[in-house]
Design a protein around this ligand. Structure first.
Ligand SMILES: Cc1cc2nc3c(=O)[nH]c(=O)nc-3n(C[C@H](O)[C@H](O)[C@H](O)COP(=O)(O)OP(=O)(O)OC[C@H]3O[C@@H](n4cnc5c(N)ncnc54)[C@H](O)[C@@H]3O)c2cc1C
Length: 454
């Protein structure tokens, strides 16, 4: 009986903790009775226990926080009124009731801690309580499921919420493997430690008000039966309309060690990893006596001169040069920040003059550019470049690309993206890059109720 499984631990813990209320009520039996009622209600209201280590402390603090308003309402106002007195809300009156306040705070804290512990014990002894089925409003006639919590997915949800504000017959669900919307244009600042991760991420649940947010990885899409499969969950999500907004992944060339040795630069976790790695190599370089090794540790190579690579290399350059002030053993001469780009000019998204300006500004600040070059392979401690600047090698004057090795412990990949691999499994029309082809209405060709964005 799920209700009993929740009420019983709450009742028992409430009675035990009720001793702490005895002083405030001037009677043990009233304290125990109030404790029993509040404990039972608390047990029933409590979400199912989770396995996270911080949950008991979190719940104990939350329950303790409830002690203050209950004390105010009951001990300060209600009990004096029932006794035919004025509420005790003068400083003197409240001071007199201070022990009761302490009792309430301790009661809340102990109740939160014990009830969570008791529920976990019950789970261990009798097995996990099955989660109640998702309440589905009988009014819901259309289910819209959005896959992906990036710009496209979240904008879709926000706009649909607005559009169907007065229509409860449409239900929205958004599935995302992260619980926050990431503002990617400022990801470089996180990698370079000028912004904190929270500055560029907005929780999905506080942004979306009518949309059910499911934090999970999409494992597959069953177009025929109109269901979405999730990793690590039994639950599958049925839909009437499905929006594919899964974004892209780094496009890493297979073989030649690139996929194994690069740091990606796509997600918040990637940016944090890069920042920590940079700090790490500085610390190693500080202790390194071999000058060649030290230079390799202080060489940072970014592959890809589009927006994200160019922003990252500029930010890393400032970060690394700024850090030198904290490492008096290290010299700016050992520092090398390299941007490798396969074309003649960086930032193809911008006009030539603007791209040139950006390059000159970064060059003046110490960035080295390897243009007409691409990272062709990587090994531990080495990035291999192929320069397209052609060398005339022999009498036939047949030009050959030049191979250059850069000793480095840091190779970041910002050289292109590919569509989400999940889309490969769908029987839909795609272009040769694998991007799903859409109509002008964002509908996927030939599939009713299937849309794409991003
Ligand atoms: C460093 C960087 C800087 C950029 N700077 C700019 C800029 O200045 N200007 C600009 O216009 N664009 C910029 N972009 C590009 C921009 O971020 C993308 O164009 C945009 O994010 C695409 O939006 P989207 O919603 O399609 O995909 P995304 O924003 O990538 O969102 C996809 C979402 O789907 C989720 N997801 C993916 N697979 C699964 C799965 N299997 N299960 C569950 N969830 C999944 C992801 O976690 C993510 O939340 C930048 C990108 C990067 C990486």
């Amino acid at each position: 009986m799920p209700i009993l499984r929740r009420a019983l631990p709450g009742f028992t813990c409430g009675v035990l903790c009720g001793i702490l209320l005895a002083g405030g009520f001037g009677s043990i039996s009233i304290g125990l009775a109030v404790g029993a009622v509040l404990g039972t209600a608390y047990g029933l209201a409590l979400p199912l226990p989770t396995r996270d280590a911080g949950v008991p402390a979190d719940r104990a603090m939350t329950a303790a926080a409830f002690g203050l308003p209950i004390w105010g309402a009951l001990n300060v106002i209600l009990l004096p009124l029932l006794a035919g007195q004025m509420p005790q809300w003068t400083a003197k009156g409240m001071r007199g009731l201070f022990p009761a306040l302490v009792g309430w705070l301790l009661f809340g804290f102990a109740l939160g801690l014990l009830t969570t512990g008791a529920m976990r014990l019950a789970e261990r002894l009798f097995g996990v309580t099955p989660a109640p089925p998702e309440p589905v409003s009988p009014e819901v006639k259309t289910r819209v499921v959005i896959l992906g919590g990036g710009f496209a997915g979240v904008s879709t949800a926000i706009n649909l919420e607005k559009e169907f504000r007065d229509d409860p017959s449409v239900a929205f669900t958004l599935v995302s493997e992260t619980n926050a919307l990431l503002f990617t244009p400022m990801l470089a600042e996180v990698a370079a430690s000028t912004l904190e991760p929270t500055h560029i991420s907005t929780p999905l649940r506080s942004t979306l008000h009518r949309t059910r947010v499911v934090r999970a990885q999409v494992a597959g899409i069953d177009l025929e039966n109109r269901r979405v499969k999730l990793s690590d969950r039994e639950e599958t999500l049925p839909y009437d309309h499905l929006v594919l907004a899964l974004g892209a992944v780094s496009s890493l060339p297979p073989g030649d060690g690139i996929a194994e040795h690069v740091l990606e630069f796509k997600t918040l976790a990637d940016a944090i990893r890069i920042r920590n790695h940079v700090i790490d190599v500085f610390d190693h370089a500080d202790a390194e006596l071999n000058p060649a090794r030290r230079r390799a540790l202080l060489t940072f190579v970014v592959a890809g001169g589009g927006f994200s690579g160019a922003e990252l290399v500029g930010a890393l350059n400032d970060f690394a040069r700024g850090m030198l002030a904290d490492y008096p053993n290290l010299s700016a001469d050992d520092l090398r920040i390299v941007l490798v780009h396969s074309r003649e000019r960086i930032l193809p998204e911008l006009s030539a003059s603007l791209a040139h300006y950006a390059l000159e500004r970064m060059r003046a600040r110490g960035v080295t550019f390897e243009l007409n070059a691409r990272v062709s392979a990587a090994r531990p401690g080495v990035a291999v470049l192929q320069r397209m600047e052609l060398e005339k090698t022999d009498a036939t004057k047949k030009p050959k690309p030049v191979q250059v090795e850069i000793p480095t412990e840091t190779l970041v990949w910002a050289a292109g993206v590919a569509p989400s691999p999940l889309l490969k499994e769908l029987a839909v029309e795609r272009d040769k890059r694998g991007t799903v082809l859409l109509e002008n209405t964002l509908a996927v060709r030939g599939h009713t109720g299937l849309l794409g964005a991003g």
